[in-house]
Write a protein that binds this ligand. Structure first.
Ligand code: TXA
Ligand code: MG
Length: 349
């Protein structure tokens, strides 16, 4: 299959490309599109055959449910059996935006889309290209991140091309995404609202609206015996090909520890890499050193992380050391993804 790549300007939407993309979806095809978080791999959420094609294109286990993307509140009421007050309150503040909410589903949503669950994850993305595309496609787009299962989520159209070329009908190229990490997922079907996946909308931001919110304990704990409530969170996602280890502790100690390790690999035909920050970038003696930005600039770190992991692959780095980040605010999402990429290998110095 030939994959059509269409560059779309966010400020001045190419209506023809959007209509074309909508038509592909209505005919059961797949279109990758930008959102403010990461690129999505879209299909008709109400068509079981489209969802089956999404799983096949990603190589994704079919027990891992898809998020349904909508463009207005009316659509929510068609696919959610009950819309609790909490959801309306959160939607008022954070939709369109990087927040996904879980509801009991209605019969119009096929089990193929929800991975066999009676619940459905719903999000209204904050990107004019995404919103126009969802409308043109009939209002309900099932979309996981547009990466091959196990690879970092795509933050550029080029990443989507790497993983999906020849497997889908079209890619809408809207340039770099804004946030760079997937949406926050909050479950509103449990007794107490619970964050299942941390993201740009933090626990504190949700608590500001709801008063209280729980966090799934498996999020930062690699040894938990309990299965995460979002089925996708149990997989080792975002894994670079090289071995990734996180080093946590006082910055000076972290730098000396990593440099000691790097020395062991010198002259052995092994390529090494470090995920550093502006403050420490110059102190490392690895083959490839990448700075995620200022240590305090969480948005910059989130924005770069996935591109870095992909670059380490294309630069064929065998061993990667990463500094550790705060676990508050957006840092919780950064550390959650980094820990998963590292298979929870973290060294405390
Ligand atoms: O930012 C995002 O959310 C991106 C963009 C494209 O919107 N999408 C995304 O989708 O990250 P995906 O499929 O890569 O991740 C969806 C996560 C998975 O961990 C899945 O298990 C969870 O959402 N999920 C989906 N439906 C669920 C449900 N009904 N109950 C619990 N978890 C659910
Ligand atoms: Mg994903």
């Amino acid at each position: 299959m030939r994959t059509q790549l269409c560059v779309v300007d966010r400020e001045q939407l190419d209506q023809y490309a959007i209509e074309e993309a909508g038509k592909i979806i209505k005919e059961g095809g797949l279109v990758a599109f930008p959102t403010e978080t990461v690129y999505g791999l879209g299909g008709d959420a109400l068509n079981p055959a489209s969802s089956a094609r999404i799983y096949a294109a990603k190589g994704r286990p079919s027990d891992n449910p898809l998020i349904v993307h909508i463009a207005d509140m009316d659509s929510l009421h068609k696919i959610a059996k009950e819309v609790p007050e909490e959801a309306i309150a959160l939607a008022k503040v954070y939709w369109p935006g990087p927040l996904t909410m879980i509801f009991q589903k209605t019969d119009v949503v096929p089990l193929e889309t929800t991975g066999g669950l009676q619940t459905v994850a719903v999000r209204m993305p904050d990107d004019p290209i995404a919103l126009a595309f969802i409308k043109a496609a009939g209002g309900y787009i099932a979309a996981p991140s547009a990466n091959t299962s196990g690879k970092p989520s795509p933050t550029l159209a080029k990443h989507v091309v790497e993983d999906m070329d020849g497997k889908i009908e079209m890619i809408l190229d809207g340039g770099a995404v804004g946030i760079g990490l997937e949406s926050t997922i909050v479950d509103l079907t449990s007794e107490k609202p619970t964050v299942l996946r941390p993201g740009y909308v933090t626990q504190a931001m949700i608590a500001e609206v709801l008063g209280e919110v729980d966090v799934d304990k498996t999020i930062l704990d690699g040894n938990s015996k309990v299965a995460p409530k979002a089925p996708g969170m149990k997989y080792r996602h975002y894994a670079p090909a090289g071995e990734l280890v996180i080093v946590e502790g006082d910055t000076n100690k972290v730098v000396s520890y990593i440099n000691e390790q790097l020395k062991q690999y010198e002259g052995k035909n092994i390529r090494t890499g470090v995920i550093a920050t502006d403050e420490t970038e110059k102190l490392y003696c690895a083959d490839v050193v990448k700075s995620a930005g200022k240590r305090t600039d969480e948005a910059a770190i989130a924005h770069q992380l996935y591109a870095f992991l992909r670059e380490f692959d294309s630069e064929q780095v065998d061993y990667i050391f990463a500094e550790s980040f705060e676990t508050d605010g957006v840092g919780q999402a950064i550390m959650n993804r980094l820990l998963k990429a590292a298979g929870h290998k973290i060294i405390h110095v």
